[in-house]
Design a protein. Sequence first.
Length: 363
Amino acid sequence: MTFFIGDGLVEYNNIIGSGARFFSLAKNTNKSGTKIKKNIRAKYTAATELFFAANEPNFNAGERFHKFWHKRICEFEPLLYTKTTSKIVVLTSDFNHTDFDDSTQKYNYVFPVYFFFQGYLAYQWYRQYKMYEPIKSFSYKYNSMSRLISGMRSYRLYLTSKLAEYDVLKHGQVSCSNICPYSGESVTNVLDDRYCFLNAEQVLHVKKHLKNLPLRFDKLEHKTIPNTSYEIDWFEMSKSFLHVVNETVFFETFNHLTEKTFKPIVCMRPFIIVSTTGSLAYLKRYGFRTFEKWIDESYDSEPNDHKRLDMIAKEINRIALMSISQLQDMYKDMLPTLEHNNSLFFGSFEQDILDELVDNCRS
């Protein structure tokens, strides 16, 4: 039986929050945490603590990051189990997160295990849409949604300001908050923060070109842009040809894709992923195909964050200046790729993730 200490909720797991709760894996009935630990000490030769740190990206924050994991791990030091061989397994959905690995490898009883939890979660949320008929017509050339805009997500402000500079906002479905629903910061607060992730040139660009916020096209019945991670507004999302996926992680060195990436796959739309270097290559690991035949995807291999944003904005602009007729022809040409991705998502994807998890645990 799996015993969960807490109220049943999986909390935000990065270092800004209260830290991940933990599971104790052992053969026990529903007893208190103290009784379970006593039972483990008395009867079992092995014990495993499981940290679920895959609900959100584990953002790197230098020494603070390492101190956080040192504290969490030491709370469950193997010395607690005087008669057992103990280990701690940390589940993370961050791919190639070397700082995370470095923080845990100093402990010979700690084992980070990669689990594409966000892909698994996307399937659980969106599997109902398998029965929906794809809409193969569209009236907008692209969409781009930017609900959260502070901290590491401030790149979304600059990308939107580039689209405003190119004068292509009118060709797309674009949403962008003027006040971040998560932090409560205004655009001015975000840009004037001394730790803003945008460089000085980008900050000036946003201030010059992005003056008419908020931008809205979806969920207009709400005062602010709501969190719709768990659902797809099928008809609204299908109105655009290209989906610009503004991912959770951009200014980082590891890959972490979320449910956002799978919305266009479910809707059978091409996409540009605005995220860390190698995100398209990461997605291809699972058998998905991207659109290099029709879209310049060289941005995916660009290591410089600021240059990568400019490359993405330039490509969105190129597509936005094409006619709807041209995009319809392109869409027809893309159909085999779109159908492949859709079939894979609703087919073997869930089992592929679970098989990978089992293999990672064994290794």
